[in-house]
Design a protein around this ligand. Structure first.
Ligand code: CP
Ligand code: NVA
Length: 299
Protein backbone atom coordinates (compact mmCIF):
# COMPACT_ATOMS: atom_id res chain seq x y z
CA UNK A 1 0.00 0.00 0.00
CA UNK A 2 1.23 3.50 -0.82
CA UNK A 3 1.93 5.31 2.44
CA UNK A 4 3.18 8.72 1.29
CA UNK A 5 0.81 11.54 2.04
CA UNK A 6 2.24 13.93 -0.52
CA UNK A 7 3.50 13.75 -4.11
CA UNK A 8 6.60 15.93 -4.17
CA UNK A 9 9.13 13.73 -5.98
CA UNK A 10 9.34 10.40 -7.81
CA UNK A 11 12.14 9.45 -5.40
CA UNK A 12 9.59 9.30 -2.55
CA UNK A 13 7.94 6.30 -4.19
CA UNK A 14 9.01 2.69 -4.75
CA UNK A 15 9.35 0.95 -8.10
CA UNK A 16 6.15 -1.02 -7.45
CA UNK A 17 4.24 2.14 -6.51
CA UNK A 18 5.36 4.01 -9.64
CA UNK A 19 4.54 1.05 -11.91
CA UNK A 20 1.15 0.70 -10.24
CA UNK A 21 0.41 4.43 -10.71
CA UNK A 22 1.30 4.13 -14.40
CA UNK A 23 -0.82 1.04 -14.84
CA UNK A 24 -3.78 2.80 -13.19
CA UNK A 25 -3.25 5.88 -15.41
CA UNK A 26 -3.40 3.68 -18.52
CA UNK A 27 -6.64 2.10 -17.26
CA UNK A 28 -8.13 5.53 -16.50
CA UNK A 29 -7.25 6.66 -20.03
CA UNK A 30 -9.17 3.70 -21.48
CA UNK A 31 -12.20 4.48 -19.31
CA UNK A 32 -12.44 8.13 -20.33
CA UNK A 33 -14.47 7.47 -23.48
CA UNK A 34 -16.70 4.83 -21.93
CA UNK A 35 -20.08 5.54 -20.36
CA UNK A 36 -18.69 4.43 -17.00
CA UNK A 37 -19.24 7.20 -14.41
CA UNK A 38 -16.42 7.41 -11.91
CA UNK A 39 -16.39 10.28 -9.42
CA UNK A 40 -14.08 9.45 -6.51
CA UNK A 41 -13.51 13.17 -5.82
CA UNK A 42 -17.21 13.95 -5.36
CA UNK A 43 -17.53 16.58 -2.62
CA UNK A 44 -13.76 17.22 -2.55
CA UNK A 45 -12.13 20.61 -3.09
CA UNK A 46 -8.64 20.86 -4.55
CA UNK A 47 -6.65 24.11 -4.53
CA UNK A 48 -4.10 25.01 -7.21
CA UNK A 49 -1.55 27.53 -5.92
CA UNK A 50 0.61 28.64 -8.86
CA UNK A 51 3.50 31.10 -8.63
CA UNK A 52 4.55 30.52 -12.27
CA UNK A 53 2.59 30.43 -15.54
CA UNK A 54 1.16 27.17 -16.83
CA UNK A 55 -0.93 25.82 -19.68
CA UNK A 56 -0.74 22.04 -19.37
CA UNK A 57 -0.43 21.59 -15.62
CA UNK A 58 -3.22 23.99 -14.72
CA UNK A 59 -5.69 22.86 -17.37
CA UNK A 60 -5.02 19.13 -17.01
CA UNK A 61 -5.40 19.29 -13.22
CA UNK A 62 -8.55 21.41 -13.40
CA UNK A 63 -10.18 19.20 -16.04
CA UNK A 64 -9.05 15.98 -14.35
CA UNK A 65 -10.43 17.07 -10.98
CA UNK A 66 -13.77 18.01 -12.57
CA UNK A 67 -13.92 14.68 -14.42
CA UNK A 68 -13.38 12.87 -11.12
CA UNK A 69 -16.28 14.81 -9.58
CA UNK A 70 -14.23 17.30 -7.54
CA UNK A 71 -14.11 21.09 -7.45
CA UNK A 72 -11.02 23.30 -8.04
CA UNK A 73 -9.98 26.68 -6.75
CA UNK A 74 -7.17 28.37 -8.65
CA UNK A 75 -4.99 30.61 -6.48
CA UNK A 76 -2.22 32.75 -7.89
CA UNK A 77 0.38 34.39 -5.65
CA UNK A 78 -1.33 37.71 -6.35
CA UNK A 79 -4.64 36.43 -4.98
CA UNK A 80 -3.60 35.07 -1.60
CA UNK A 81 -1.87 36.60 1.42
CA UNK A 82 1.36 34.64 0.86
CA UNK A 83 2.05 37.30 -1.76
CA UNK A 84 1.95 39.87 1.08
CA UNK A 85 4.22 37.86 3.34
CA UNK A 86 1.88 35.57 5.29
CA UNK A 87 4.08 32.67 6.46
CA UNK A 88 3.65 29.37 4.62
CA UNK A 89 3.13 27.53 7.91
CA UNK A 90 0.10 29.73 8.63
CA UNK A 91 -1.35 29.55 5.11
CA UNK A 92 -0.80 25.78 4.97
CA UNK A 93 -2.67 25.13 8.21
CA UNK A 94 -5.58 27.38 7.23
CA UNK A 95 -5.87 26.02 3.66
CA UNK A 96 -5.88 22.49 5.15
CA UNK A 97 -9.10 23.40 6.97
CA UNK A 98 -10.91 24.20 3.69
CA UNK A 99 -9.29 22.05 1.02
CA UNK A 100 -8.84 18.31 0.54
CA UNK A 101 -5.58 18.61 -1.47
CA UNK A 102 -3.34 21.36 -2.83
CA UNK A 103 -1.36 21.36 -6.09
CA UNK A 104 1.55 23.82 -5.98
CA UNK A 105 3.72 25.26 -8.76
CA UNK A 106 6.52 27.30 -7.27
CA UNK A 107 10.21 28.24 -7.30
CA UNK A 108 12.33 26.71 -4.50
CA UNK A 109 11.49 23.11 -3.64
CA UNK A 110 11.76 24.06 0.05
CA UNK A 111 8.51 26.03 -0.39
CA UNK A 112 6.73 22.77 -1.27
CA UNK A 113 8.43 20.97 1.61
CA UNK A 114 7.33 23.68 4.04
CA UNK A 115 3.75 23.36 2.77
CA UNK A 116 3.96 19.57 3.11
CA UNK A 117 5.31 19.88 6.66
CA UNK A 118 2.46 22.09 7.87
CA UNK A 119 -0.47 20.74 5.82
CA UNK A 120 -2.81 18.00 6.97
CA UNK A 121 -3.89 17.48 3.32
CA UNK A 122 -1.88 15.98 0.42
CA UNK A 123 0.46 18.42 -1.36
CA UNK A 124 1.17 17.70 -5.04
CA UNK A 125 4.18 19.10 -6.88
CA UNK A 126 2.99 20.83 -10.06
CA UNK A 127 6.62 21.87 -10.75
CA UNK A 128 9.35 23.35 -8.59
CA UNK A 129 12.83 24.52 -9.58
CA UNK A 130 14.06 21.08 -8.48
CA UNK A 131 11.47 18.58 -9.77
CA UNK A 132 8.61 18.09 -12.23
CA UNK A 133 7.39 14.62 -11.22
CA UNK A 134 3.90 14.71 -12.79
CA UNK A 135 5.47 15.46 -16.18
CA UNK A 136 8.02 12.66 -15.99
CA UNK A 137 5.30 10.18 -14.98
CA UNK A 138 3.34 11.26 -18.07
CA UNK A 139 6.52 10.78 -20.15
CA UNK A 140 6.98 7.25 -18.78
CA UNK A 141 3.34 6.38 -19.45
CA UNK A 142 3.72 7.59 -23.05
CA UNK A 143 6.72 5.30 -23.56
CA UNK A 144 4.86 2.32 -22.10
CA UNK A 145 2.00 2.95 -24.53
CA UNK A 146 4.28 2.34 -27.51
CA UNK A 147 5.63 -0.84 -25.96
CA UNK A 148 8.87 0.40 -24.42
CA UNK A 149 9.93 -1.52 -21.30
CA UNK A 150 10.69 1.05 -18.61
CA UNK A 151 13.05 -1.22 -16.76
CA UNK A 152 15.35 -1.99 -19.70
CA UNK A 153 15.15 1.05 -22.01
CA UNK A 154 17.99 3.40 -22.88
CA UNK A 155 16.99 7.03 -22.29
CA UNK A 156 18.99 10.16 -23.06
CA UNK A 157 18.61 13.67 -21.69
CA UNK A 158 20.13 16.52 -23.72
CA UNK A 159 20.54 20.07 -22.38
CA UNK A 160 19.98 21.73 -19.05
CA UNK A 161 20.30 19.75 -15.81
CA UNK A 162 17.00 21.28 -14.69
CA UNK A 163 13.84 20.16 -12.86
CA UNK A 164 12.93 17.75 -15.68
CA UNK A 165 16.43 16.24 -15.74
CA UNK A 166 16.30 15.78 -11.95
CA UNK A 167 12.96 13.97 -12.15
CA UNK A 168 14.29 11.77 -14.98
CA UNK A 169 17.24 10.84 -12.73
CA UNK A 170 14.82 9.97 -9.92
CA UNK A 171 12.80 7.82 -12.34
CA UNK A 172 15.91 5.99 -13.61
CA UNK A 173 17.05 5.31 -10.06
CA UNK A 174 13.64 4.00 -9.01
CA UNK A 175 12.91 1.92 -12.15
CA UNK A 176 16.44 0.89 -13.16
CA UNK A 177 16.52 1.96 -16.85
CA UNK A 178 19.70 3.44 -18.32
CA UNK A 179 19.77 7.24 -18.47
CA UNK A 180 22.61 9.11 -20.18
CA UNK A 181 22.59 12.87 -19.65
CA UNK A 182 24.54 15.38 -21.73
CA UNK A 183 24.73 18.79 -20.02
CA UNK A 184 27.25 21.59 -20.46
CA UNK A 185 29.69 22.21 -17.63
CA UNK A 186 28.12 24.35 -14.92
CA UNK A 187 24.60 23.13 -15.75
CA UNK A 188 24.66 19.68 -14.16
CA UNK A 189 21.57 18.26 -12.44
CA UNK A 190 21.17 19.07 -8.75
CA UNK A 191 20.02 15.57 -7.80
CA UNK A 192 22.97 13.37 -6.78
CA UNK A 193 23.31 10.04 -8.56
CA UNK A 194 25.73 7.22 -8.03
CA UNK A 195 23.89 4.29 -9.57
CA UNK A 196 25.58 2.60 -12.53
CA UNK A 197 22.53 3.08 -14.76
CA UNK A 198 22.80 6.91 -14.72
CA UNK A 199 25.70 8.70 -16.43
CA UNK A 200 26.63 12.29 -17.28
CA UNK A 201 28.71 13.48 -20.23
CA UNK A 202 29.42 16.79 -21.93
CA UNK A 203 28.95 15.15 -25.35
CA UNK A 204 25.38 14.85 -26.75
CA UNK A 205 26.58 12.34 -29.39
CA UNK A 206 27.82 10.04 -26.66
CA UNK A 207 24.58 10.38 -24.65
CA UNK A 208 22.30 9.41 -27.56
CA UNK A 209 24.23 6.24 -28.51
CA UNK A 210 21.69 3.36 -28.62
CA UNK A 211 18.97 5.59 -27.15
CA UNK A 212 15.37 4.44 -27.43
CA UNK A 213 14.17 7.86 -26.35
CA UNK A 214 15.74 11.32 -26.30
CA UNK A 215 14.30 14.07 -24.10
CA UNK A 216 15.06 17.74 -23.87
CA UNK A 217 13.65 20.95 -22.44
CA UNK A 218 14.12 24.70 -22.71
CA UNK A 219 17.58 26.15 -22.07
CA UNK A 220 16.23 28.79 -19.67
CA UNK A 221 13.48 27.64 -17.32
CA UNK A 222 10.87 29.85 -15.68
CA UNK A 223 12.66 32.22 -13.32
CA UNK A 224 15.86 32.16 -15.43
CA UNK A 225 14.67 34.58 -18.10
CA UNK A 226 17.53 37.02 -17.38
CA UNK A 227 20.06 34.24 -18.17
CA UNK A 228 18.48 33.42 -21.53
CA UNK A 229 21.08 35.20 -23.70
CA UNK A 230 24.08 33.63 -21.96
CA UNK A 231 22.40 30.23 -22.00
CA UNK A 232 21.78 30.42 -25.77
CA UNK A 233 25.55 30.54 -26.25
CA UNK A 234 26.40 27.88 -23.64
CA UNK A 235 23.80 25.37 -24.95
CA UNK A 236 24.45 25.90 -28.67
CA UNK A 237 25.76 22.36 -29.26
CA UNK A 238 22.91 20.77 -27.29
CA UNK A 239 20.10 20.95 -29.83
CA UNK A 240 17.97 17.87 -30.51
CA UNK A 241 17.92 17.72 -34.31
CA UNK A 242 17.92 15.03 -37.02
CA UNK A 243 21.74 15.03 -37.19
CA UNK A 244 21.99 14.21 -33.49
CA UNK A 245 19.19 11.63 -33.67
CA UNK A 246 20.96 9.81 -36.52
CA UNK A 247 23.51 8.69 -33.89
CA UNK A 248 20.80 7.13 -31.69
CA UNK A 249 19.06 3.75 -31.83
CA UNK A 250 17.34 2.68 -35.03
CA UNK A 251 13.88 3.65 -33.82
CA UNK A 252 14.42 6.57 -31.49
CA UNK A 253 11.52 8.55 -30.03
CA UNK A 254 11.58 12.15 -28.84
CA UNK A 255 9.96 13.76 -25.82
CA UNK A 256 9.67 17.42 -24.81
CA UNK A 257 7.50 18.53 -21.88
CA UNK A 258 6.57 21.80 -23.65
CA UNK A 259 6.52 24.74 -24.01
CA UNK A 260 9.31 24.37 -26.61
CA UNK A 261 11.55 26.97 -28.18
CA UNK A 262 11.74 25.65 -31.75
CA UNK A 263 15.14 26.30 -33.26
CA UNK A 264 16.83 26.37 -29.86
CA UNK A 265 16.78 23.13 -27.82
CA UNK A 266 14.82 21.26 -30.54
CA UNK A 267 14.12 21.77 -34.21
CA UNK A 268 10.72 22.27 -35.73
CA UNK A 269 11.12 19.20 -37.99
CA UNK A 270 11.86 16.92 -35.03
CA UNK A 271 8.80 18.17 -33.14
CA UNK A 272 6.64 17.52 -36.22
CA UNK A 273 8.30 14.21 -37.15
CA UNK A 274 6.92 10.74 -36.52
CA UNK A 275 9.60 10.28 -33.83
CA UNK A 276 7.78 12.84 -31.71
CA UNK A 277 5.57 11.60 -28.86
CA UNK A 278 5.04 15.15 -27.63
CA UNK A 279 1.26 15.42 -28.05
CA UNK A 280 0.54 12.09 -26.34
CA UNK A 281 2.99 13.13 -23.63
CA UNK A 282 0.96 16.30 -23.03
CA UNK A 283 -2.34 14.39 -23.06
CA UNK A 284 -1.07 11.84 -20.57
CA UNK A 285 -0.63 14.55 -17.92
CA UNK A 286 -4.40 14.36 -17.52
CA UNK A 287 -4.53 10.60 -16.95
CA UNK A 288 -1.43 10.32 -14.76
CA UNK A 289 -2.56 13.14 -12.49
CA UNK A 290 -5.97 11.52 -12.05
CA UNK A 291 -4.17 8.35 -10.93
CA UNK A 292 -2.07 10.42 -8.48
CA UNK A 293 -5.17 12.12 -7.02
CA UNK A 294 -6.99 8.81 -6.71
CA UNK A 295 -3.99 7.25 -4.97
CA UNK A 296 -3.58 10.16 -2.51
CA UNK A 297 -7.27 10.18 -1.61
CA UNK A 298 -7.30 6.41 -1.16
CA UNK A 299 -4.31 6.38 1.23
N1 CP B 1 4.88 20.81 -19.28
C1 CP B 1 4.27 21.68 -18.46
O1 CP B 1 4.30 21.56 -17.22
O2 CP B 1 3.63 22.69 -19.10
P1 CP B 1 2.99 23.99 -18.44
O3 CP B 1 4.12 24.87 -17.97
O4 CP B 1 2.20 24.62 -19.55
O5 CP B 1 2.13 23.58 -17.27
N1 NVA C 1 12.10 23.37 -17.11
C1 NVA C 1 10.91 24.09 -17.48
C2 NVA C 1 9.75 23.17 -17.53
C3 NVA C 1 8.46 23.81 -17.96
C4 NVA C 1 7.30 22.87 -17.94
C5 NVA C 1 10.66 25.21 -16.48
O1 NVA C 1 10.84 24.96 -15.27
O2 NVA C 1 10.33 26.32 -16.89
Amino acid sequence: MIMNRHFLSIADYTREEILSLLSRARAIKKEIHSKYIYRPLEGRNVGLFFEKPSTRTRVSFEVGIHQLGGHCIFLSRRDIQIGRGEPIRDSARVLSKYLDALVIRTFGHEILEEFAKWSSIPIINGLSDLHHPCQVLADLMTLQEIGIDLTTMNAAWIGDGNNMANSWINAAQVLGFRLALACPEGYDPAVPFNSVNVSLTRDPLEAVQNADVVSTDVWASMGQENEATVRKTVFKGYQVNEALLSHAGKRVYVLHCLPAHRGEEITDDVIESDRSLIWDEAENRLHVQKAILEMLFAS
